[in-house]
Design a protein around this ligand. Structure first.
Ligand code: GLU
Length: 536
């Protein structure tokens, strides 16, 4: 909490655009957002700065993806690259280099470090003039900062005071040669930018704690006021390993080796054998190869980045709720909340000190609960959008009514927006691909019990459907089925189960009326005919 709650709080999220937005980065952004919006007085701001001094590894694509994923989570910022209303607008047509795409009300930009070289040069000169920096042996204009010969204390809101004794930190590089010319190092740029942008609180992951003494020494040497630091716990996998992108490579590698995928490359993905072998022998963790293996083996790679969770059908509300709890809690056993609650309640005095464990099961439950709480029409729209991006075949084969019935059928059981695609995959199979020769026990029983009376009824009822279900609706089909069964004094299941087996190859489908609504006349009848042909 700032000493005086009427003071402006200025926080920032400062990603390096060298890849997608990791969940750890998203959590850092979330806390900085909430702290500025909720704890600061008038004039508080949350800014977004792109730390792209590593020219070889930075890309506009990564910048766009980071902006998109922050907006998808519902975070907005006051200064930085323009904050668009719709996260989908950060597509290839968005040009981060266009000056029009900048939010800079106080004139403290630019917000890309690669565009701030003049500002850094002024500060380099200050240090050189004061004798606090010197040319590095490496030459070529590289500079080193002269660490002062005194203890350095970092005052951290979460961890308390951390003191590094004099002489423990070596002089470090503050300017280095890069392919594009001389660039400040991270340590230098982060200090100059936070100072010139007026950042009052630096909330970031504990991996940066060991950098903080260097930053403190630089602030003092440059004569800037230091911000308040808050280093938050790291996020680990439940087994204690780091939750890094390498996990994807590890999972793909193991699956490929188990499946004996090691001799022919992956021709369908354009991956030659030497590349595959290099990956399998741990020469690299190339994500392109990992993804190609996953596709080939129909394997789901563990989600690590925000975009992975979106693609797996998580809701942004569930993800941000879960992430906010990794290193902070609001007390009172409250676990379910939204951004507005986080903004109102987030404070550093409830931030944790120890490592956080990423519990996928718990996130999954959060997501299931968030989906269950959605208004039916909202669920349908979100499912539609997810399917348009990930499973367009469903939309090709289903008209609006069929898709609405599909959404309604799976709404009670969907725990992610992706699950209906797996559970209801039979709806979009080719009719000829429903396998009747390898049925599970329940499905076999539905066809064979009582001398196969179910199949006999199915053959008769098929013609009832064909002749009387017009116009075709699931409700009408259900009514006909009811009348058919009542007339003959047989239980509905006797006929309904074989219908399920015919249309899906199993007895697990939504209700008959919903199922036939979704599948439509032609495909229902074709599948019944296929089953009858296979069983007579
Ligand atoms: N660009 C740094 C990172 O992505 C920011 C570190 C900081 O917040 O100081 O880790």
């Amino acid at each position: 909490m700032p000493d005086d709650a009427s003071q402006p709080v200025i926080t920032r999220f400062a990603p390096s655009p060298t890849g997608a937005l990791h969940v750890g980065g998203a959590r850092t952004a979330l806390y900085n957002w909430a702290f500025a919006k909720g704890r600061g007085g008038p004039g508080s701001r949350f800014l977004l700065r792109i730390e792209d001094t590593d020219r070889a590894r930075s890309s506009d694509d990564s910048t766009r993806a980071i902006l998109r994923d922050l907006r998808w989570l519902g975070l907005d910022w006051d200064e930085g690259p323009v904050c668009l209303d719709d996260w989908r607008s950060y597509d290839a047509s968005f040009d981060p280099d266009d000056p029009a795409n900048t939010l800079d009300p106080r004139g403290v930009g630019p917000f890309y470090q690669s565009k701030r070289l003049d500002l850094y040069n002024e500060q380099f000169q200050k240090l050189l003039d004061a004798g606090l920096a010197y040319e590095d042996e490496a030459g070529g204009g590289a500079l080193r900062f002269k660490m002062p010969d005194r203890d350095i204390t970092v005052i951290d809101e979460v961890l308390g005071e951390v003191t590094v004794p004099a002489g423990q930190t070596e002089d470090f590089v503050i300017r280095k040669g890069e392919s594009g010319g001389l660039m400040p190092t991270y340590h230098f740029a982060v200090v100059v930018d936070d100072a010139l942008m007026g950042v009052t609180h630096v909330i970031r992951g504990q991996e940066h704690l060991s950098n903080a003494p260097k930053h403190v020494a630089l602030y003092d040497a440059l004569g800037f006021d230091k911000p308040t630091y808050a280093h938050i716990p790291l996020i680990f996998n439940p087994d204690g390993s780091k939750m890094s992108k390498r996990v994807k490579a590890k999972v793909a590698r193991k699956a490929a080796i188990d499946a004996g995928l090691n001799d022919n490359g992956l021709p369908s993905a354009g991956i030659p054998n030497d590349e595959l072998r290099a990956f399998l022998s741990k020469d690299n963790d190339d994500l392109t190869v990992a993804r190609a293996i996953a596709r080939q083996l129909r394997l789901a790679l563990p989600e690590i980045d925000v975009a992975d969770f979106r693609e797996s059908g998580y809701l942004p509300t569930a993800l941000l709720n879960y992430l906010a709890l990794l290193g902070w809690n609001p007390g009172d056993d409250i676990e379910t909340f939204d951004l507005a609650f986080l903004r109102d309640k987030f404070d550093l005095d409830r931030a944790g000190k120890s490592n956080a464990k990423f519990d996928r099961e718990k996130l999954f439950r959060f997501n299931a609960d968030a989906i269950a709480a959605l208004d039916p029409a909202v669920f349908r729209d979100q499912l539609h959008e997810h399917f348009a991006a990930r499973h367009p075949r469903f939309l090709d084969l289903m008209n609006d009514n069929a898709f609405a019935a599909f959404a309604e059928a799976y709404r009670p059981r969907a725990r992610t927006l992706d699950e209906p695609a797996q559970l209801g995959g039979f709806f979009v199979a080719d009719d000829g691909d429903i396998a009747y020769d390898n049925l599970d026990k329940n499905a076999r029983k539905a066809l064979t019990k009582n001398d196969g009376v179910g199949v006999t009824h199915l053959a008769t009822f098929r013609d009832v459907l064909d002749q009387q279900c017009d116009p075709w609706t699931g409700a009408k089909a259900h009514e006909l089925l009811q009348a058919y069964c009542d007339e003959r004094g047989v239980g509905m299941g006797v006929v309904a189960q074989p219908i399920r087996v015919a249309v899906s190859g199993s007895t697990v489908t939504p209700g008959i009326d919903q199922t036939l609504d979704i599948l439509g006349r032609d495909r229902t009848l074709a599948r019944i005919d296929n089953l009858l042909a296979a069983h007579t």
